[in-house]
Design a binder for this molecule. Structure first.
Ligand code: GUN
Length: 312
């Protein structure tokens, strides 16, 4: 745990490096993998040609390969039907060499995300989006639940900043998506924080934010949170990754928080890029390793080949 500057301290907030924390998490997964000899395989499915999604999927597959996982990238055309996508998912469900399945969201509008996610075997749902995993996580029997990677990464950064004792702290989450806002609020509740979830219809959102010891922003609105929305000494986690178009086809990434202003007030703040983004991928590696380990334990003989190959 690091020491936060006190609210009377004129120093800037400490930048919480997701790049650094993600490297530690990934190194630990690699160490466990070497020790157990269990080598996970991650299948990533991308439907359509959304440029940002293509970058995220490539980063996930690249990281999986770098750490020594098996990796499978399946790219399907935007006009893929629901039945065709189901068939791909069923094939991956039935393939014992695949431990984790991730279908990149958003999907093209004709494919209903909820129904597609329901097709993924819960024990391979390393995104933690399947209703079985959401249910398990929500009722806190999280032993067998996969928890969504971005909120898991945010919690890791919060703990890294101020330790594990969050009891009684006031937390505000901006955004109520299934991917970030809702699971984030659940994890903060499990940590005994007093949690508010703000969204587009929230009244006096600035005022609400000023009550937050922990402020997690996943609004998808560049620079939404200004310095004067922040309680002095707060921990600020910026989940926003907004591509801002520049000249001649260039772009830069900006978060949902006005970083320079917020850094004058907060004790800890995540930068964009280099904050939450790398954590999402690190937690995906962690979940995929956990899925492989669970599969190995459930059926050691079926997976014995993997183990033998890695040892030999
Ligand atoms: N789209 C944005 N974030 C995510 C994520 O964590 N997983 C998937 N599957 N799609 C996403």
């Amino acid at each position: 745990m690091r020491t936060a500057p006190s609210s009377s301290d004129a120093r800037k907030a400490i930048a919480l490096s997701g790049t650094e924390a993600a490297a530690e998490v990934t190194a630990e997964v690699a160490r466990q993998m070497r020790e157990s000899g269990v080598i996970p395989k991650l299948a990533v499915v991308l439907v359509g040609d959304d440029a940002a999604s293509a970058v995220y999927v490539a980063n996930k597959a690249r990281q999986a390969e770098r750490i020594g996982f098996g990796s499978l990238q399946i790219r399907l055309p935007a006009e893929t039907s629901g039945a065709e996508l189901s068939a791909v998912i069923r094939r991956l469900n039935d393939d014992p060499s695949v431990h984790g399945i991730l279908v990149q969201l958003p999907l093209p509008p004709h494919l209903p995300a909820e129904a597609v996610i329901r097709e993924i075997a819960p024990e391979k749902d390393v995104d933690g989006f399947h209703e079985v995993n959401v249910g398990r996580m929500t009722i806190q029997s999280s032993r067998n639940a996969f928890v969504p990677c971005t909120p898991l990464g945010c919690m890791h950064l919060i703990h890294r900043a101020i330790g594990h004792e969050l009891k009684g702290l006031s937390a505000v989450v901006i955004g109520k998506s299934n991917i970030v806002g809702r699971p984030m609020a659940t994890l903060l509740m499990h940590a005994e924080c007093t949690v508010s979830v703000a969204h587009i219809h929230t009244r006096n959102i600035e005022q609400l934010c000023r009550t937050a010891d922990i402020l997690v922003v996943a609004a998808g609105s560049p620079g939404l949170v200004r310095g004067d929305w922040i309680k002095p000494g707060a921990v600020v986690i910026d989940v926003g990754i907004n591509r801002i178009a520049g000249e001649a086809g260039t772009h830069r990434l900006a978060g949902d928080v006005a970083y320079d202003e917020a850094a004058e007030v907060a004790s800890f703040i995540t930068p964009v890029p280099g904050g939450v983004g790398p954590m999402t991928i690190a937690m995906l590696m962690k979940n995929t390793y956990a899925a492989a380990l669970q599969a190995e334990r459930a059926n050691p003989r079926r997976h014995a080949g993997l183990r033998a190959r890695s040892n030999g």
